[in-house]
Design a binder for this molecule. Structure first.
Ligand code: GDP
Ligand code: MN
Length: 387
């Protein structure tokens, strides 16, 4: 699950990590009131969306007057924003965060994630933070340091000090960094997080460290034991089709191709996507209807696939082991009748009750193209689009 910057900062504050004063607003007037209550002469108005790269897209604005706060908030609120990190999706700006503006001397980078290759929680840090961290990683990887935390020993203060001195910090800043890293490590473990990213972690002109931007991602498998995190979910930032799919217990991921896939089993679903690519096509989604698929779920799955107008053909690839092919066929027929399907549908069925399933499809009077195997089905789907 993803979190907004303001929610990340709330979590940081709970773990003793200082964040600049800030308040959220849903209207321009609220933004002005927020700025007034924060005080000071300058503020930053920040679009709250589930994507970084806002600065470059006009979602982070420095306001020098209350009028400017109002102006920037009204320009952002109620609109949508795409950034280079949002994968082409325009995310709604329902809230802005108004923060105290700070004077930055230098921008650092710090993140915390689970490194599967070393099976450890790992800090990634760099003295070259800011909006172009991707470029630093690509061009000067030696400027990025990693610290693998031993799972049994946990994070030790001396390790934080090593990181700080390697980043060129002063003794006082190293003390602040140590407190910050210890707090983040505790937060990461206690809340079952998957990622924390501070970019920038700033050195202010007064010499103090400050967290100016925060990104947090949690492990969905642990959401059940964190009611406070679950309450922070903002469904409006999520892919609509994926949300609808999760409500029907379907494993669905939107992709950018044009062949809709309906498959049972995650392994077969991935193999199907591979074979489509191999045949020169491109899948529009990953969809696992599961081993215990019912007729209703198959119908829902069909509707989900068809909710995208990018889909130009559908390839149904079912291996009936637990699930019966005749029941899948009934689901397909019901769905095709219910939803007005205008694209070619290619169906490959194999396994339990396959003959009965094929018979049902044949007698349905619907324009469904049967396929002999996975390769044949993928080929026919690709050909159907080319035609
Ligand atoms: P992102 O573009 O989505 O990562 O949004 P950030 O919150 O990181 O903001 C982008 C950039 O705006 C930062 O790298 C800073 O350079 C700048 N910025 C953000 N907050 C402040 C602030 O309080 N003061 C100043 N001077 N610049 C800021
Ligand atoms: Mn940032």
């Amino acid at each position: 699950m993803n979190f907004h910057e303001y929610q990340a900062k709330e979590l940081f504050a709970r773990y003793g990590i200082p964040v600049p004063a800030g308040k959220t607003a849903t209207t321009p007037d609220e933004a002005v009131a927020a700025a007034k209550s924060i005080g000071g002469d300058f503020w930053v108005v920040k679009a709250q969306i589930h994507a970084g790269g806002r600065g470059k897209a006009g979602g982070v604005k420095l306001a020098k007057t209350l009028d400017e706060v109002k102006q920037y908030a009204s320009a952002m609120l109620g609109t949508r924003m795409a950034t280079y990190q949002s994968a082409g999706v325009e995310l709604p700006i329902d809230k802005v965060l108004v923060t105290q503006a700070t004077d930055i001397a230098k921008e650092l980078y710090l993140s915390l994630l689970v490194d599967r290759s070393t099976r450890s929680i790992t800090f990634i840090t760099s003295s070259e933070g800011g909006v172009d961290i991707e470029q630093v990683a690509a061009e000067t990887p030696e400027k990025i340091q990693t610290l693998h935390v031993n799972y049994v020993q946990g994070l030790q203060p001396f390790q934080c000090r090593q990181v700080g001195f390697a980043m060129g910090l002063t003794a006082k800043q190293v003390g602040q960094l140590t407190k910050l890293m210890m707090g983040l490590y505790k937060l990461f473990n206690e809340k079952d997080l998957a990622l924390v990213e501070l970019n920038p972690l700033a050195i202010l002109t007064n010499g103090d460290l400050a967290v100016l931007d925060g990104k947090v991602n949690s492990d969905d498998n642990a959401t059940f034991r964190h009611a406070d995190l679950a309450a922070m979910r903002d469904i409006r930032q999520e892919d609509e089709t994926e949300v609808a799919a999760s409500q029907h217990d379907l494993n669905y991921v939107t992709m950018d191709g044009n062949i809709g896939c309906m498959v049972n089993g995650a392994g077969l679903a991935m193999a199907t996507m591979d074979v489509i690519q191999l045949e020169g096509g491109s899948p529009a989604n990953f969809l696992d209807v599961g081993g215990g698929a019912t007729k209703e779920r198959v119908t829902e799955a069909f509707k989900l696939i068809l909710s995208s107008d990018k889909v130009k053909a559908i390839f149904v690839n079912i291996f009936g082991g637990i699930v019966r092919c005749d029941m899948i066929a009934e689901g397909i027929i019901a769905a095709v009748k219910e939803v007005d399907v205008k694209v070619p549908v290619i169906v490959r069925l194999e396994g339990t009750n396959v003959e009965k399933g094929k018979e049902l499809l044949k007698n349905s009077g619907l324009a469904i193209t049967p396929a002999d195997d996975i390769n044949d089905g993928a080929r026919k789907a690709v050909a159907a689009i080319a035609a």
